[in-house]
Design a protein around this ligand. Structure first.
Ligand SMILES: Cc1ncc(C[n+]2csc(CCOP(=O)(O)OP(=O)(O)O)c2C)c(N)n1
Length: 558
């Protein structure tokens, strides 16, 4: 056995049965070792897609996603996918080949300091110099990736470490990650006291709920306390769509009733969320009257952007269960919140015969199985997915929230399929984003991955166009994509059935046809080139100042 074979055995010992990657010189011993093992390797067509597929796999399954690339350009192509995992707290182990230790620092062929390059975007990194370091290092890499606040861990494997004899070594059993304790009863009692005294409490739930596997406890908490709840982009699904306590998403493109409730609240119970600026708007004016109870596993988040009256760092599920003991007497507040939810509910009866993207996405969500996974790209369509698709669990909604990575949707959707081969996976993309990882159509075909793609084509970098319209006096700069290829024909050229849709009245049939396709399929949808996402809180404004289509933009910027 050599170091590479030992590495493969260590992956197997960690329960890894699938990895995404792309080979090259410095990682060849590892690829050779794969031939003798049980791990299935998915060959993507660009390393960025390997990192994003591992990322999507981890988001959908909760398991650690693994990707592999060679040194130099292979490693640098992974960077965006690693950063994406870091900003969205996704557990990943990233293995890169490195030149032999004797050549390191000599500008050898395909030598890049990936350890240094990725330092700010990983939870931890390893660069073993001796084969003896491998067993402990592999176990630590997986422990770190999945413990506490999850994140990506890099293993940069020099070629001579991969080829070194390792017969005297064995992989270690996976590390046990103990569940954190609940918090101090005195802190919990202070939180309960704040809840008892609150007149206008709101729960603000984020991605941490899903990652802590605390969805059940969160739902029980919402039902026991009856506190109106808003969710972040990454928290969507923590309460299922249509849940009686759910007001909707908060933030820049949030629901009016959700943002109004937060702004008026006198107690904010923040659960696995981090006061991201897309959620809070202008921080100084966010929930100005609210005291804060903040529950988060990461001590660095507590008090980072907003002081908390009570900070609870312990186990989310246990703390939520402890806080479920109180049901504040807040009937008038509940009635006011839920009345506004009805009053400001989305309408889908837009005029015209063209496809209205929000209505199409709502229909897609109604026609797809309840547990379908929607993986989206970045831009207007991403916000429409968050606003109009119906999510029943956070793992059903794959969206690049922190980094906003165009090109995320298709590879993450591929990863999700491999995590749950029997689940319907839909990729919703834009004409700009789709081109960033379009080569992965070849991966769909090679593995017959039955991902369904809905490509919303507005012939523009729509979200940038919208901002130029609203905040740069319609001075449009480099957003035109009217020379797009024929996407349905492009899909067919790869071997993926491609259809087109441009009339609203054909929308339902087209979606049914797409969902019924036995393998991968793409629906190219022409939408209004001027469509905007509403409502919108202008950047650096309070969430109280939501723009609607007819808002006077000058009045707002005053
Ligand atoms: C890799 C990357 N480059 C640039 C951006 C900036 N950006 C955000 S949204 C957007 C436009 C996306 O266009 P498209 O995919 O067509 O989606 P649409 O907004 O039209 O729905 C751009 C350029 C980004 N988020 N990611």
């Amino acid at each position: 056995m050599n170091g590479a074979e030992l590495t493969v055995c260590a992956l197997e010992a960690e329960g890894v049965d699938l990895i995404f990657g792309y080979p090259g010189g410095a990682i060849m011993p590892f690829y050779d070792a794969l031939l003798g093992g049980t791990i299935r390797h998915i060959l993507v067509r660009h390393e960025q897609a390997a990192a994003l597929a591992a990322n999507g796999y981890a988001r959908a399954s909760g398991k650690v996603g693994v990707c592999v690339a060679t040194s130099g350009p292979g490693a640098s192509n992974l960077v965006t996918g690693i950063a994406d995992a870091m900003l969205d707290s996704v557990p990943m182990v990233v293995i890169t080949g490195q030149v032999s230790t004797a050549l390191m620092g000599t500008d050898a062929f395909q030598e890049l300091d990936v350890f240094g390059m990725t330092m700010p975007i990983v939870k931890h990194s390893f660069l073993p110099r001796r084969v003896d370091e491998l067993p402990e290092m592999m176990r630590e890499a997986f422990r770190i990736a999945r413990s506490g606040r999850p994140g990506p861990v890099l293993i940069d494997l020099p070629k001579d470490v991969q080829t070194a004899p390792a017969d005297h070594l064995r992989p270690l059993a996976p590390a046990h990650v103990p569940r954190p304790a609940a918090d101090d009863p005195a802190d919990l009692e202070r939180a309960l006291q704040l809840m008892r005294n609150a007149q206008r409490p709101v729960v603000y739930g984020g991605g941490g709920i899903g990652m802590a596997c605390a969805v059940g406890e969160f739902r029980a908490f919402a039902e026991a306390t009856g506190i109106p709840t808003v969710l972040t982009l990454k928290g969507l699904g923590a309460l299922p769509a249509g849940h009686p306590e759910l007001l909707g998403m908060l933030g820049m493109h949030g629901a009016r009733s959700a943002n109004m409730a937060v702004q008026e609240s006198d107690l904010l119970i923040v659960v696995g969320a981090r006061f991201d600026d897309r959620a809070t708007g202008k921080l100084a004016e966010f929930a100005p009257h609210a005291k804060v109870i903040h529950l988060d596993i990461d001590a660095a988040e507590l008090g980072k952007l907003r002081r908390a009256e009570v900070a609870l760092q312990g186990d989310l599920g246990r703390n939520l269960t402890a806080l479920s003991a109180v049901r504040p007497a807040i009937e008038p507040w509940r009635a006011q919140c839920f009345e506004r939810r009805t009053r400001y509910a989305t309408r889908y009866d837009a005029p015209g015969r063209g496809v209205y993207a929000p209505a199409l996405l709502r229909k897609l969500s109604e026609l797809a199985p309840r547990d379908a996974i929607v993986s989206c790209d970045v831009g207007q369509h991403q916000m429409w997915v968050a606003q109009h698709c119906l999510f029943n669990h956070p793992t059903r909604h794959l969206s690049s929230g922190g980094l906003g990575t165009m090109g995320f949707g298709l590879p993450a959707g591929i990863g999700a399929h491999f995590a749950e081969p029997d689940t319907t996976v839909v990729v919703v993309s834009g004409d700009g984003s789709f081109m960033m990882n379009v080569q992965e159509l070849a991966t769909l075909v090679r593995y017959q991955v039955p991902v369904k793609i809905v490509l919303l084509d507005n012939q523009a970098l729509g979200m940038v166009r919208q901002w130029q319209e609203l905040f740069f006096a319609r001075r449009y700069s480099e957003i035109d994509l009217s020379d797009n290829p024929d996407f349905a024909a492009l899909a067919r050229a790869f071997g993926v059935p491609g259809y087109s849709l441009s009339l609203r009245e054909h929308g339902e049939d087209a979606l049914r046809q797409l969902l019924a396709a036995p393998g991968p399929a793409l629906l190219h949808v022409s939408i209004d080139t001027q469509a905007n996402v509403w409502p919108l809180v202008p950047p650096n404004h309070s969430n109280a100042s939501m723009m609607e289509p007819d808002t006077d933009e000058l009045a707002l910027s005053a």
